[in-house]
Write a protein that binds this ligand. Structure first.
Ligand SMILES: [Zn+2]
Length: 57
């Protein structure tokens, strides 16, 4: 039923490399547009750039 595959991805802190967030995105619409995201890291206790890593293609 679900149209348009959602890709699961995990966001890793650019500093401590800890996996912080898991999101899904639609490859067709958003695609590579967001490879980095400024998110709060609870380990570094600051906002820092997170890198996306796809966990499912
Ligand atoms: Zn961190």
């Amino acid at each position: 039923m679900a149209r348009g595959k959602s890709t699961f991805c995990t966001w890793y802190c650019g500093d401590c490399n800890k996996a912080g967030y898991t999101t899904t995105y639609n490859k067709r619409s958003q695609e590579e547009a967001m490879k980095t995201k400024n998110k709060y890291c609870s380990t570094c206790r600051k906002h820092i750039e997170h890198k996306r890593k796809d966990t499912k293609s």
